[in-house]
Design a protein around this ligand. Structure first.
Ligand code: PGA
Length: 248
């Protein structure tokens, strides 16, 4: 099995019910892409989106989940609750959650385990800060985050890894092709060593992906798709990214 190609949109804290028309427009413009397409809207929209695009080939995911299945955790959501309203995936360990909520790699592994138990695919995010890159620590940081964030039981069917350099998120700056290739080669080698089917895990790049740079990024070895923030909000931007991945 080759890694599945995945174009994943992370809407972050953007969007209301009216925004779902963008996903319908995307489904209309790209009815049968040769890649998986996923939209992770705010939790308030998961159920409505899943109902509206049911059967149209676009998957729906969450942006975080709790490590527990239920209980006294005000404001949090269990993985099983996301699955209950139609989510198939959940983004975990995004750098904004690592920074805003102090999430450690250990906590992310626990969340990923809960996601797997609920039948969700966990998209585990990793990435170095600009200071870490400048200090020449990128590969050590990524290898350390991967080892500590990957739960026992991870397989190519239930786990996706997204490399998202913190300094490239929402900044319009992207690493060079060589820099992306170096990190993705490390991820592929580490995963192939630690997991029986590590060669088949989908590896996404994320950070300022847009229509103009998508095809170039998808041509980099071991890049199987993208995790897209700002450019996933509008069908006119995300559509060409889906088309570029379909053609890659
Ligand atoms: P961006 O965000 O595409 O807006 O840079 C990517 C992400 O944070 O997943």
């Amino acid at each position: 099995m080759a890694p599945r190609k995945l174009a994943a949109g992370n809407w972050k804290m953007n969007g209301t019910l009216a925004s779902l028309a963008e996903v319908e427009a995307l489904a209309e413009a790209h009815p049968a892409p040769s890649c998986d397409v996923l939209i992770c809207p705010p939790a308030t929209l998961i159920h409505a989106l899943a109902s509206r695009i049911a059967g149209r080939g676009i998957k729906v995911g969450g942006q975080d989940c709790h490590a527990s299945h239920s209980g006294a955790h005000t404001g949090d959501l269990a993985a099983s609750q996301l699955a209950d309203v139609g989510a198939s995936h959940v983004i975990l360990g995004h750098s904004e959650r690592r920074a805003d909520h102090g999430e450690t790699s250990g906590a992310i592994a626990a969340k990923a385990r809960a996601a797997h138990e609920a039948g969700l695919v966990a998209i585990i995010c990793l990435g170095e800060t600009e200071a870490e890159r400048d200090a020449g620590q990128t590969l050590d940081v990524i290898a350390g985050q991967l080892a500590a964030s990957l739960p026992e039981g991870a397989t190519a069917a239930n786990t996706v890894i997204a490399y998202e350099p913190v300094w490239a998120i929402g900044t319009g700056r992207t690493p060079s092709s060589e820099q992306i290739a170096e990190v993705h080669a490390l991820l592929r080698a580490d995963l192939s060593k630690t997991l029986a089917d590590g060669a088949d895990i989908s590896l996404l790049y994320g950070g300022s992906v847009k229509p103009s740079n998508a095809a170039g990024i998808f041509a980099i070895p071991h890049v199987n798709g993208a995790l897209v923030g700002g450019a996933s909000l509008k069908a006119a931007d995300f559509g060409p990214i889906v088309a570029a991945l379909s053609a890659a």
